[in-house]
Structure formats: C-alpha cells, structure tokens
Design a protein around this ligand. Structure first.
Ligand SMILES: Cc1ncc(COP(=O)(O)O)c(C=O)c1O
Length: 423
C-alpha cells in the first residue's frame, strides 16, 4: 500500500503571555495509527481477545475447540435454543424469505413485525411498543429525537454506551448524576431549574439493570423526582426483562410503576429473549413519534421476518412457561451464595449478572485464563468498559445451568482466586 506521508505546518499560539508561534511538522499517514493504537491496547492489557463459539450457546458448549461451561452469555433463559423459538424462525423464513426487503418505513413493514409489536405491548401491559433492529439502534435512534437545543438530558454516570452515544448525537445540554444516587439526581434537577431560559424538555435516562454490576436503578425514586419537574423517564431494561418483574416483564413491572411514571421502557431481544432486536414500550404517542423520527428505524433495513417471528415466540414462551424465570433466579442464588461463602467480592449484584471483582485489569485477565483452563468460560471486563481499578469477571447465570456445572465453576474460581490472592 502506498505510504501517504505528507508534511504539514501547524501554527500554535500557546497563551497570551508569550506569544510564540511554534511551527511543527506532522507526518500524516492514513492508517498507521490504527496498528499503533492496537499495540498500545495490547501493551496495557486493554485489548479484547475474541474466542470462537463453535456450538450453540448452551450451558456447556464448544469454544475454541474445548468443551466449557458457558458463564458469560446474555441468554439468561436459554431461549436461543428453545425449540419453539428455533422453529418459528425456520418456518417464517421459509414462508417470508430471509430479509424484509426494505426498511419498515418503506415497503418492509411485514405482518410479522406488526404482530411482534402488538405481542410485546400485550406482554408489557402497555398501550404500545415498537421494535427496532437492535437495542443499540433503539437508543441511538430515539434518544437524539427526544431533546435538542434548549433541552436537557440527565444521565446516570454508569449508563450503557448506546445511551451515551444517543445523547452525544444531540445539541441538548447534559448533566450526569452519581450512580444510583437519587440525592445527587435531585440536586442536578434543582440546578437545572435555575437555567435561563428554563429548559423546555428534560429527560432522565437510566439503565434498569446496570450491565457491568448487575445492580438495579432506583426507578421508583427516579420517577418521583422526574414527576416533580415534569421530566420524562427513559429506562434501558436490556438486562432486566425476562428476569425481573411479574413473569419476566421487566423493571417497570418489578417496581409496579405505570406508563405515566416511566415514559420509555427500552429493551432488547438479544439477551433473555435469546434472539436479536431492540424495542421501546410506552404510550401510543411514543410509538407514533418514534417511528416517524428515529433515523435508525426510518433509514435502515427491517428486522428479518424469521427474527421477528422468533422474538414473538420467545415472548409467548415467557407468557406460558413460567419455570424459566424461576430457575434462573435459583441458579443465581446458588452461585452467589457459594462465591460469597468463599470470600469473593461480588460487588452490588442484585440480578443474574454477578461481577467477581478483581481490581486491576491483569488480575481479571489472569483469573479468566485460569478458569478457562479449568473448563469455565467467563469474560474479564476491563477498562474502558469499567473503571481501571474495577476490573472484574462478569459471571452470568442462566436457566439451564445445573448444580454440577455451577459447582465446577465455583471450584475453578476458588482455585484461581486463591492463587491470585483474591480470597
Ligand atoms: C444496557 C444495554 N443497553 C443496550 C444494549 C444493546 O442491545 P443490543 O444487543 O440489542 O444492541 C446492551 C447490550 O449490550 C446493553 O447491555
């Protein structure tokens, strides 16, 4: 490849006191920094290493040629391989083809999409829902339309990257409140009321279950504060649905809140539902607004029909087979107790996401490698996903884990944890 080296002169005026003009030369190269940046990540132990899943995502699966216990899947209810979900995908694909043929906004709005929207709204006990191609696209498509210049987003400091990116796409002002700290949220809101001119719209954005810690947003208190200010509440329940609330209906159900208190309940089909796709739930106005304004919805291909049918099947399973949600909680309690009895720090977990706190990135990576060698697959989560000194292994429990599998995983953690001085 040609090396596009060019010399550039850059004039800098450092500050008012000494008005030196500094001339620098820059060698500009189109791609060299990509490799350099990657090397830096490797040097600092911050790179992501990919493993290859060579079987279905099951409690025991084949990864990089080894049989391992899967402890890091979002597939909490094991619906990815549920026969009814798989069958719905195959049968619908046969009938309707592999793709929607267009964006839903043009000619790709298929009956299966509309059915899925209606089925989700029924499941969530809400007036209406709208599905997107992914959860990331739901956040990145809708959030930027909710606020603009003269408006304010107020966001929990640990919100998911798709919320952060959604906010970044706007000209709205932003304020951050301390993680789950409703006193701090109240302070931020009181400050916001001093803004001149007064903000037209304010939205409070929060994850429902925080994906790296497995802790819950104090949604009732957030809703109360929002109401005092006429603000909207937007909750990303990606890791809560299928797990929290009545029959896995999610965080709004868990806290028994109404659609007048939580105005957007966003979620994804890529986790407990076991498929892929994003969604929002709320009032009819929300759906009409979202499908006319979200650029990711308007300007991107519709979800494949087989995927939509599989998502509908997954919801119907939750409505009819109540054992899945119960089982995942039993497994979570069993694993948490065993890990805590050994002395592991499991952070503030309140859900089937159980962080095993390690401190520095290297320790988390070493522990993950250690348990991997003992046949347990769990991911180290390191900076920038979490703060530098809060690296961890994120264990995620699922419905079909057996006690024997969990015992084996705990034994591997115990051995590794002792070796690394974590317990
Ligand atoms: C909290 C949260 N929101 C949104 C998303 C994005 O969901 P999806 O996988 O459907 O794009 C994720 C996925 O990692 C998530 O954890």
């Amino acid at each position: 490849m040609k090396n596009h080296k060019r010399r550039f002169l850059v004039y800098l005026v450092p500050d008012e006191l000494d008005r030196k003009v500094v001339c620098l030369t820059v060698d500009r190269h189109p791609t060299r920094y990509l490799g350099e940046e990657y090397e830096r990540l490797v040097r600092e132990n911050l790179n992501w290493e990919l493993r290859e899943l060579q079987s279905a995502s099951e409690p025991v699966c084949t990864v990089d040629g080894r049989q391992v216990i899967m402890l890091c899947a979002n597939n909490y209810l094991n619906l990815a391989t549920h026969p009814k979900v798989v069958e719905a995908m195959i049968e619908t694909t046969r009938r309707y083809g592999a793709g929607a043929g267009s964006d839903r906004s043009i000619s790709g709005n298929m009956t299966v999409h509309e059915e899925l929207d209606r089925c989700l709204a029924r499941f969530k006990n809400a007036p209406s829902s709208l599905t997107y191609q992914t959860g990331f696209m739901a956040n990145e498509g809708l959030i930027p339309q909710l606020c603009g210049r003269g408006d304010l987003f107020v966001s929990d400091e640990l919100n998911h990257g798709s919320i952060i990116d959604g906010v970044r796409l706007t000209h709205a002002d932003r304020a951050i409140f301390k993680h789950k700290d409703t006193e701090d949220l109240a302070r931020v809101m009181a400050e916001a009321e001093k803004h001149k001119p007064l903000y037209r719209h304010i939205w409070i954005l929060t994850d429902g279950v925080f994906s790296m810690d497995g802790d819950l947003a104090p949604l009732s208190e957030i809703a109360k504060i929002a109401e005092e200010h006429g603000a909207g509440v937007y909750v990303d329940d990606a890791h809560g649905e299928g797990v929290l609330g009545d029959g896995g209906r999610g965080i709004v159900s868990h806290f028994n809140l109404s659609r007048d208190e939580v105005h957007v309940e966003m979620g994804t089909f890529s986790k407990a539902f076991g498929v892929i796709g994003g969604h929002i739930t709320g009032g009819e106005d929300l759906r009409n607004f979202a499908r006319n304004k979200s650029r990711t919805w308007l300007l991107s291909g519709g979800m494949p029909p087989g995927v939509a049918a599989a998502c509908t099947a997954a919801i119907e399973i939750l409505e009819s087979e109540l054992q899945h949600v119960k089982r995942v909680w039993e497994n979570r309690e069993y694993f948490m107790k065993a890990m805590n009895d050994l002395g592991f720090d499991t952070g503030n977990s309140e859900t089937p996401i159980v962080p095993v706190m390690c401190g520095e990135s290297k320790k988390a990576k070493d522990l993950a490698n250690f348990i991997w060698k003992r046949g347990v697959f769990a991911l180290p989560i390191v900076y920038p996903m979490v703060a530098r000194e809060k690296a961890r292994i994120r264990a995620q429990l699922c419905t079909k884990h057996t006690k024997e599998q969990l015992d084996k995983a705990v034994a591997a953690f115990e051995e590794g944890g002792k070796k690394l001085g974590l317990i």
